[in-house]
Design a protein around this ligand. Structure first.
Ligand SMILES: Cc1cc2nc3c(=O)[nH]c(=O)nc-3n(C[C@H](O)[C@H](O)[C@H](O)COP(=O)(O)OP(=O)(O)OC[C@H]3O[C@@H](n4cnc5c(N)ncnc54)[C@H](O)[C@@H]3O)c2cc1C
Ligand code: FES
Length: 496
């Protein structure tokens, strides 16, 4: 079954962009062609800046192509928790900024005439157990106090313990939207390059961005790379990387009203229902776990089906695609958006949790304001300067230490023949740790097992056939190519 997402498979990009093969200059170099990078390039181009966008692969093939694309201001962190951490004004501003981001997406869809299945739709958050209703009611109370129409409802046949509804959220086809915005950005003069991974930062301010065959020198560098790629320690050590799994299914039409749904479990399950005439498409996600920690990913898809069967109470369904993606979380539930703490010419945007559609737009707007010399759009709400959450940072540092040290002292065999087809293992070869994978035909690939970010040992992910780093979430293809940062250099290949 397909492992690529629906958004990537069912929509062929109307055009591709060239590889960067020259030394060029710009006012702003945006690295990364996901929602953050494309939106930032669009706003900056519209503001009259000379912008170059450099994407390592293809536009919209990063996490923005593997999302479920709920567009909502109800972020992963509970409103009551945000209030507890940041106070009333800032907690309300988190939802307000998300509400404005939804309006902004709608405005761009209309103004740029982008056909991307954008539709306003309600969110329903349903209690997974009776005790969770109390928390939903507390959320309703606070939301109402801040002026947001969240309403809890009594239990229904589908959601027996009750659910909360918020109107006027939205969903869309993320790649249709993003490629439409990229096209509009080009009209504002933005130059786009694909298949040009950035591997070096040189120059006095780290403002010459080098790819294999070219470079961009710019006054401002936007790291829109999901994780940051030029801040090896201070940012990735404050992020937790998780894998999340998705199945695309078809069900009888009318079983659920069109909309976005999630439950109150931790980690939560989430789904959207898109009417398609003869059937409804239900895209269900969940089963999150820390990247690099579990390798039997098949079970996650099976667990999602078990969950779906309970939800459908005997109704038939068919599974059409399954895929997974990476989610980066901060310890306080808000992203880091703004100027880097260590290089004032670099701007970063990361740690969106499951809310990258709205946070991506907020980040692009904030970055544009800062580059224009204006105040950040929502003050210091999302500023990287608020780096904090000491207990959780210590937790992440401890995890890094354990992964780093334990993986080094673990006994390894050097038995390549014993590795089953379709899997991978770390072996010792001439005293070095080597990541060996075998495809289903038994073809062997060998790369260094030492992550090029900060040196942890990678683990094999046998569903996605990737090498995943348990420390800060870098992921590599079997041939060593970087799939997810913070690593920016591939795992060196090793001759068999
Ligand atoms: C399964 C899943 C479900 C989700 N569901 C939702 C949802 O319903 N709603 C929501 O709001 N959010 C959701 N999210 C989160 C959301 O998809 C992400 O937060 C968001 O897409 C991140 O956008 P981005 O632009 O920061 O990163 P990306 O889309 O990953 O873009 C980063 C780009 O940078 C490029 N890049 C990286 N390194 C380099 C380099 N060295 N050189 C050049 N280019 C580079 C990558 O190739 C990539 O294209 C979900 C995520 C997942 C995985
Ligand atoms: S991602 Fe940081 S060491 Fe691998």
């Amino acid at each position: 079954m397909a492992m690529k997402s629906l958004w990537i498979e069912d929509y062929v990009a109307p055009r591709t962009y060239p590889k960067l093969e020259a030394k060029v200059e710009a006012e702003v170099c945006v690295i990364g062609g996901g929602i953050t990078g494309i939106m930032a390039a669009y706003y900056l181009g519209r503001a009259g800046k000379k912008v170059i966008l450099v994407e390592g692969g293809s536009l919209g093939f990063g996490e923005s192509g593997y999302t479920t694309a709920f567009i909502t201001y109800i972020v992963d962190a509970r409103l009551n928790d945000l209030r507890h951490r940041f106070g009333d004004t800032k907690a309300a501003l988190v939802w307000k900024s998300g509400e404005e981001a939804i309006d902004e997406i709608e405005r761009i869809v209309r103004e740029e005439n982008i056909d991307c299945e954008f539709v306003r739709t309600p969110v329903k958050i349903f209690a997974a157990k009776k005790e969770d209703v109390k928390a939903l009611k507390k959320e309703e109370e606070l939301a109402k106090r801040y002026g947001f129409p969240l309403v809890t409802n009594e239990g229904s046949e589908q959601f027996p313990f009750g659910y909360a509804t918020a109107p006027r959220q939205a969903k869309f086809h993320p790649r249709k939207f993003l490629l439409g915005v990229a096209h509009a950005a080009e009209r504002y003069g933005v130059k786009i390059f694909e298949n040009s991974p950035v591997i070096t930062f040189t120059g006095k301010e780290g403002n010459t961005v080098g790819t294999e065959e070219g470079s961009v020198t710019a006054h401002e560098i936007v790291e829109a790379t999901h994780s940051t790629i030029d801040h090896p320690v201070e940012v990735p050590s404050r992020l937790e990387a998780n894998r999340s799994y998705v199945i695309e299914t078809r069900i009888r039409s009318g079983l659920f009203t069109e909309g976005i749904y999630w439950d109150t479990e931790d980690p939560y399950h989430y789904f959207r229902v898109d009417p398609k005439g003869e059937y409804d498409r239900l895209i269900l996600g969940g089963e999150d776990h820390k990247t690099g920690n579990k390798t039997d990913a098949d079970s996650h898809y099976l667990n999602l089906e078990t969950y779906l069967r309970a939800l459908l109470r005997g109704e038939a369904y068919t599974v059409h695609r399954r895929w997974s993606g990476q989610i980066l979380e901060t310890s306080d539930g808000l992203p880091f958006i703004g100027r880097s703490l260590t290089n004032s010419h670099h701007l970063i945007a990361t740690g969106y949790g499951g809310n990258g559609m709205t946070f991506g737009v907020i980040a692009a707007q904030t970055i544009t304001s800062l580059i224009k010399g204006e105040e950040a759009l929502f003050g210091d709400l999302y500023s990287p300067k608020r780096f904090g959450g000491v207990p959780s940072i210590l937790g992440l540092a401890w995890r890094f230490f354990m992964n780093f040290v334990v993986a080094r002292i673990m006994p390894r065999s050097d038995d390549i023949a014993g590795i089953p087809s379709g899997s991978g293992q770390i072996i010792l070869r001439h005293g070095k740790k080597v990541a060996v994978s075998k495809d289903h035909d038994g073809n062997v690939r060998m790369v260094s097992a030492v992550c090029t970010h900060l040196g942890c040992v990678v683990n094999y992910n046998n569903v996605e056939n990737t090498w995943d780093c348990p420390c800060h979430g870098s992921r590599f293809a079997r041939d060593g190519k970087v799939i997810n940062g913070p690593a920016k250099r591939p795992l060196p290949q090793i001759d068999p």
